[in-house]
Design a binder for this molecule. Structure first.
Ligand code: FES
Ligand SMILES: [Fe+2]
Length: 356
């Protein structure tokens, strides 16, 4: 989306609008989408800026690193108390991991590599940097973003909500995939347990080890990115909260670099499969929202075997909401095997090799 210099993205993060540029130096930078003159929105949607961010109102111009370069007619009456250097765009933190681009509005939260924990190392074998976007779709879901993430984190509902998926991705093939980091992870090994290989039509990425080549990884990265990694594609969902009961979900399907350009139709079965599964999830999340909103009951206990990730998620959420300072946020540790009896499943039977 922003691979080339000169491209600028516009994204909503909570109540704020952010622009993200890639400079000629290759650097990604993020700024508030507000002109430093009288605050006007700089861009409405993704665009090419050819090196200059121009405000549409009075044409103040900023370089891709946010520095104010042009103020038309402003010097006709010289003022000695005005220095352009004092009016750069307001920066926000950006960072990347593989194809994911992160924006953080707070200055004090832990660095992205601390936040991600062991994920980059754990998933290094996929070589995500080179994966490409193949399809994307934007959906409105009438549910709170947290319900959608929670639903993704557990496979307790698999048999009843996804009868077709459950034949392929069997309950008994699910395991924990939880290291340290602000995420909840699980894995399916083997990724397909019957003949219906709709999501394995395309070739697997080259160079995967045995574990990655036979597994599906399902990661809910706190707060609002959930994604499934299969040997041959990745399905990412970004959850943007619009209102307490409304979430905008952006779904993106990525393919590895070893997959040739598609000529048409090769992805149809996989896409249909995902759309069916996603629609089943959306339907049940909307029902959760309605039941919670209208019933207003106190929820009951979670099943440790299936729903421990929700507990982890709730703890991360509570920590973020109650910490005096996000600088001191504790990134939760991963499994050390000691909880296997209580949690009911051990780790992935073909675990990734992580050297410490
Ligand atoms: S508000 Fe942007 S140039 Fe005036
Ligand atoms: Fe589901």
């Amino acid at each position: 989306e922003v691979a080339e210099p000169g491209r600028m993205l516009v994204r909503q993060v909570g109540q704020k609008s952010i622009v993200i540029t890639r400079g000629d130096d290759g650097e990604l930078r993020g700024f508030l989408n507000s002109c430093r003159h009288r605050g006007t929105e700089l861009a409405e949607s993704d665009c090419d800026i050819a090196g200059t961010i121009r405000c549409p109102y009075h044409r103040w111009g900023y370089s891709t690193d946010g520095i104010l370069k042009a103020t038309p007619f402003f010097d006709e009456v010289p003022r000695d108390d005005f220095d352009r250097d004092d009016f750069s765009l307001i920066p926000v933190r950006v960072g990347t991991w593989g194809p994911l681009l992160f924006v953080c509005l707070a200055d004090e939260t832990p660095e992205l590599d601390v936040w991600l924990g062991d994920l980059p190392e754990r998933m290094a074998g996929y070589g995500f940097d080179q994966w490409r976007i193949e399809e994307s779709q934007v959906l409105d879901i009438e549910a709170n973003w947290k319900l959608i993430s929670e639903n993704f984190q557990e496979y307790y509902h698999l048999t009843w909500v996804h009868p077709e998926l459950a034949k392929v991705s069997r309950v008994k093939d699910h395991y924990r995939y939880q290291g340290a980091g602000m995420y909840c992870g699980q894995t399916t090994t083997p990724v397909s347990g019957d003949d219906r290989d709709d999501w394995l039509v395309l070739p697997a990425a080259e160079g995967l080890d045995e574990s990655d080549a036979t597994s599906g990884r399902h990661i809910a990265l706190y707060p609002n990115v959930i994604f499934s990694v299969l040997p041959n594609h990745v399905f990412v969902m970004r959850l943007d909260p619009i209102a307490p009961g409304l979430t905008c979900e952006t779904c993106t399907l990525l393919l590895p670099p070893s997959t040739p350009e598609l000529t048409g139709g090769e992805l149809d079965a996989t896409l249909t499969f995902w759309i069916d599964v996603n629609n089943e999830d959306i339907d049940i999340c909307q029902r959760s929202q309605r039941g919670l909103t209208r019933g207003r009951i106190q929820p009951g206990p979670l099943a440790p075997r299936f729903e421990e990730p929700l507990h982890r998620f709730h703890n991360m959420l509570a920590d973020c909401m109650t910490s005096d300072s996000l600088a001191g946020l504790t990134v939760p540790p991963g499994d050390d095997g000691s909880e296997a009896a209580r949690l009911g499943t051990g780790p992935n039977p073909a675990p990734p090799t992580i050297e410490h």
